[in-house]
Write a new protein. Structure first.
Length: 198
């Protein structure tokens, strides 16, 4: 399969690529960037979740390919409270350094903290995020089973704690809006109003 550079994308290719994002790219479908790379001045980023199907098969090769494709910034996911895909934060950072990649942000979906109040889990994520060089820690999603009035209240409280811990470590906390949560519902409005206070 011959790759096209992202600079020469037409509408048809853009739509094909956008559709692939929904299911998760395979590396064969990842668009190459012609004017990026380790020595380039432009920054091109990609969510690591985009290549999730390959990450689970071969972590090292996927990270290397993302770099070779011309991306130099990556938004993380996959931290389970202790490791990224079985790698400690230091080991994962070494892989990024080897491939000239940085990680300005990361998604940290940790139900043990968000809904059970286990602060140590978020503290571990903060330590990992600092090692990875994150500037932003992102709460990415509210799972279906947690879309209840009780859990929304727990989430608001946890996000407040997370904001303080994240700020103390020199980073900012972000919340990734999802379409399903933008529906006009009392708890959704309550959640967003509380988040905006921080």
């Amino acid at each position: 399969m011959q790759h096209q550079t992202i600079m020469s994308y037409n509408r048809k290719e853009f739509l094909r690529t956008s559709a692939a994002l929904t299911a998760g790219f395979s590396l064969a479908g990842l668009p190459l960037i012609s004017d990026a790379g380790p020595t380039g001045t432009k920054k091109y980023g990609i969510q690591l979740y985009t290549v999730r199907n390959d990450i689970t098969k071969d972590l090292a090769s996927t990270i290397a390919y993302v770099s070779k494709a011309g991306y130099n910034q990556v938004e993380l996911y996959g931290f389970d409270g202790k490791t990224f895909f079985g790698k400690t934060a230091k080991e994962f950072k070494a892989m990024f350094d080897t491939n000239h990649l940085t990680a300005p942000s990361g998604h940290y979906n940790l139900p043990e903290f968000l809904y059970e109040g286990k602060t140590d889990v978020w503290k571990a994520a903060v330590e990992a995020a600092v090692i990875m060089g994150n500037k932003y820690m992102v709460v990415p999603y509210v799972d279906d089973k947690h879309r209840t009035g009780e859990d929304f209240k727990k989430l608001v409280n946890s996000i407040g704690q997370a904001a303080e811990l994240t700020k103390a470590a020199g980073m900012k906390l972000a919340y990734h809006n999802q379409r399903v949560l933008m529906v006009k519902h009392f708890m959704n409005i309550y959640l967003h109003k509380q988040i905006l206070k921080w």
